[in-house]
Design a protein around this ligand. Structure first.
Ligand code: BGC
Length: 780
């Protein structure tokens, strides 16, 4: 139950009006700024107190040995962990000999605002030192969406009431000491001071540090430049040593006088480039940032976001909290993917070190759908990253005795990072999820160059995997045995319905793509027989169904298992994975997260409305939602089955996952998939959006709380706006040529002549399914 809110409810920002040190780490995630390449947690400017200091560069990681009690063939030996790189956001302040530290003295006011339209984090506070000097501090921070390497801070201190001697130390700090994140001593050892110094420079107002990771051999360069404005008697010095470069600005301020430092910070990393090349790279990025200047960076940030919001905004009338939450979600998903440019989009984005900074299927299944219809360029980049990692995925497939490519369950640089294979490597569905993202992107954009250069190869190598992983039985039926689906409370099972249907789509898409791109097919060595074999396997894929119950099986035999004893499970025993052995979870009917229910969304054509309602009613009482990825999927199918109140409750849970810290781990970073799931719940749930080669379908229906829901989607160079009220939906073509979509199954031609309005049909009357005891949606 959400009982307390840390943030005021406002449509375009997230405002914290009081600093609560008990939830500092959570707020650092919520206030994180990123562009997908550089990520700065919302740490206080002065560095301390902190929950978890964090500055990340997408892809920069360190390696460490993976622990196994018992060895086995094919277990990954090396783990990858994101590291905290050189921190460029620190500005320390000394007021009349006393450090500005919020734990001492008196904090008169303290406010932080994440402005979703300007893309900045603003902070204002008034503080009286233990000796009685009062200052006002204002800072504005941004991570530039237009200059990928650049972040910046404008920091201002004003004397209040009496003359103050103030010193601002603007720093670059490497190898900050961190709280031990996961208690694994081997990982902790590898991560203690992960960066070895190579260069430190302080010249005038410019600072630079270059370091290199010990095992992964990645070079990290960070440089800063400063503009200082203050009274005439202001002095400036700079110095550096191996792990700290510092600019010191000293002044005496009369009451009302200000000292202002604008700090531009440039970042770069490489596994190949030399130290001089990296130094030059960050100096050049700094020169470009200086050319724009602080106000130019602010203007560009606003313009970038104005453009994004014009394409991506979702408007919700009747529920201010959801309105704020969906914009917060869109903003953070954009931040995670906007400039990742051929790097992964990790499960936490660049907002924290949770999950060791790894990327999972979360990217393709939850994040990329949103970006496909709002910022498609980022999708192509994310999928190019997968293509770049094909050598590792091919090697992994070969190691497993399979053909094609086996993409990792979790990774930073492309190799498998999961030490627990039943819920890692065995979750082969990630391969079909990648293929699905390729198909969705190409269908939505018509980007045939991408399909030829990237899509075909990804589709072919994943199709090869499925063909070698599955087999035809004596009757010709195609089975994929011994795999793990999305529900991690079932593992190494036969014919997981989600996996089989997704593999089917993958095989067919690959066969279609090679027919469209014969040259690519020839280059990849695909002949007619091979693609015919893909079609044969796809057409013959087994989809387990229990005819007595009239429901699809999550995997073959699932509905025969003993039911989990929900009545005997106490509320404090959730999440089950921390309180019961996997052995027991695996052989009972209990579902961690939407699996068959997700299949009904991603493979919508395979299920009719009645099956969807029956399946949902069957799986809902078994689903405990021990993963934050579940609520949004359940919202989508609940809405489709007509359970709009339940869908609303799940939407709320997905939307408030981080703003209300529902899983008590927002401190480790945001749940990017759940944030993206907020869009999914609204647009695919209440909007009923489904897309395939036939075009877009909508089946809008609003929950009672909403009086209006409006959103836009981009499709094949067009922009379509959808506006839904309680009884009617209006479709407006904002740009591009006419288009036929479907509204609750009926074709609707939308041209540029203004909105086309259709009635929303009544909701089918069905009993609302129940959840396991204590596992109802986490609502207000
Ligand atoms: C979920 C996975 C997910 C991972 C990262 C796990 O708890 O079960 O499906 O990929 O978290 O978000």
């Amino acid at each position: 139950m959400i009982t307390d809110r840390s943030y005021a409810v406002e449509p375009w920002c997230v405002r914290e009006t009081r600093l609560d040190l008990d939830v500092l780490a959570q707020s650092e995630s919520v206030f994180a700024l990123s562009n997908g390449h550089v990520g700065w947690r919302g740490n206080l400017d002065e560095g301390e107190p902190h929950g978890l200091p964090g500055a990340y560069l997408n892809g920069v990681h360190e390696l460490h040995p993976l622990p196994y009690a018992e060895a086995g063939y094919g277990y990954p030996e090396s783990g990858q962990t994101v590291i905290n790189v050189t921190n460029g956001k620190i500005l320390r302040l000394l007021v009349d000999d006393e450090p500005f530290d919020l734990r001492y003295g008196r904090l008169v006011t303290h406010e932080r605002v994440l402005d979703l339209r300007r893309g900045v984090l603003e902070r204002t506070c008034e503080w009286t030192s233990p000796a009685g000097s009062t200052v006002r501090v204002r800072s504005t921070r941004l991570v530039s969406l237009t200059q990928r390497a650049v972040a910046a801070v404008a920091y201002e201190v004003e004397a209040v009431g009496s003359t103050s001697r103030v010193v601002i130390q603007s720093e670059l700090v490497t190898n900050e000491s961190l709280p031990d994140p996961n208690g694994d001593p081997r990982a902790a050892r590898a991560l203690k001071s992960p960066l070895e110094p190579e260069e430190d420079v302080a010249v005038g107002r410019r600072l630079r540090l270059v370091h290199r990771t010990k095992r992964s051999g990645l070079r990290v360069a960070v440089a800063a430049d400063h503009e200082v404005t203050g009274p005439e008697r202001t002095t400036i010095d700079s110095e550096s040593n191996v792990d700290v470069a510092r600019l010191t600005v000293t002044s005496v301020l009369e009451p009302g006088e200000c000292l202002r430092v604008e700090k531009l910070v440039a970042h770069g990393w490489s596994g190949a480039r030399s130290r001089p090349a990296m130094s030059d790279q960050v100096e050049a990025a700094l020169a470009a940032a200086g050319h724009s200047g602080w106000s130019g960076l602010l203007d560009d940030q606003r313009a970038y976001l104005d453009d994004f919001w014009s394409r991506a905004d979702v408007e919700v009338d009747g529920d201010e909290e959801i309105q704020q939450a969906v914009r917060f979600a869109l903003f953070h998903v954009l931040q995670a993917g906007a400039r990742a440019e051929q790097r992964a989009i990790p499960a936490k984005g660049l907002t924290g070190s949770g999950y060791d900074g790894h990327a999972f299927w979360d990217t393709e299944t939850f994040v990329l759908p949103l970006l496909t219809y709002t910022a498609p360029g980022a999708v192509a980049e994310a999928l190019r990253w997968r293509q770049n990692t094909l050598p590792a995925a091919r090697e992994r497939a070969a190691q497993l005795g399979l053909r094609g490519a086996a993409f990792p369950w979790r990774t930073i640089e492309g190799s498998e990072g999961s030490a627990y294979w039943p819920a890692g490597t065995a979750a082969f569905h990630v391969n079909a999820d990648i293929a699905d993202a390729v198909v969705r992107y190409v269908t939505a954009t018509g980007d045939t160059d991408f399909e030829a250069a990237t899509g075909v190869e990804l589709l072919v190598e994943t199709a090869r995997l499925w063909r070698s992983l599955g087999h035809h039985d004596a009757q010709g039926t195609f089975h994929i045995d011994g795999v793990t689906g999305p529900d991690e409370y079932s593992a190494v099972a036969d014919d997981n319905t989600y996996t089989n249907l997704m593999a089917r789509a993958n095989l067919l898409a690959a066969a279609d793509a090679v027919a469209r791109h014969p040259d690519e097919a020839a280059r990849l060595g695909v002949d007619v027989e091979e693609s015919a074999a893909w079609r044969d396997a796809a057409e013959a894929v087994h989809v387990p169904y229990n005819h007595d119950l009239g429901v699809h099986e999550q995997h073959a035999g699932f509905t025969r298992y003993q039911q989990w004893d929900f009545a005997a499970t106490r509320p404090d025993q959730y999440p089950l994975l921390l309180n019961f052995p996997y052995f027991d979870l695996y052989r009972k009917q209990v579902v961690k997260q939407a699996d068959l229910v997700l299949a009904m969304y991603t493979c919508a054509d395979h299920f009719d409305e009645e099956q969807i309602a029956r399946n949902f009613a069957y799986y809902e009482p078994l689903t405990v939602r021990d993963s934050s990825l579940s609520a949004c999927c359940q919202a989508v199918i609940a809405a489709q089955a007509g359970h709009l109140g339940l869908a609303y409750d799940y939407t709320t849970e997905a939307a408030l996952m981080d703003l209300a810290d529902l899983e008590h781990n927002t401190r480790d970073g945001l749940h990017i998939a759940s944030l993206a799931g907020t869009w999914m719940a609204l647009v695919a749930g209440f909007g009923g959006l489904r897309g395939d080669r036939e075009g877009l379908r909508f089946a809008p229906r609003l929950p009672e709380r909403f009086s209006r829901l409006a959103f836009s989607v981009q499709l094949l160079g067009r922009r379509l706006r959808v506006e839904i009220g309680p009884d009617k939906a209006a479709y407006t073509l904002l740009s591009g040529s006419p288009l036929t979509i479907r509204h609750h199954g009926d074709p609707v031609l939308v041209n540029g002549d203004g909105p086309v309005v259709r009635a929303v049909p009544p909701v089918p009357d069905r009993p609302v399914p129940r959840q396991p005891p204590h596992r109802g949606p986490n609502t207000r």
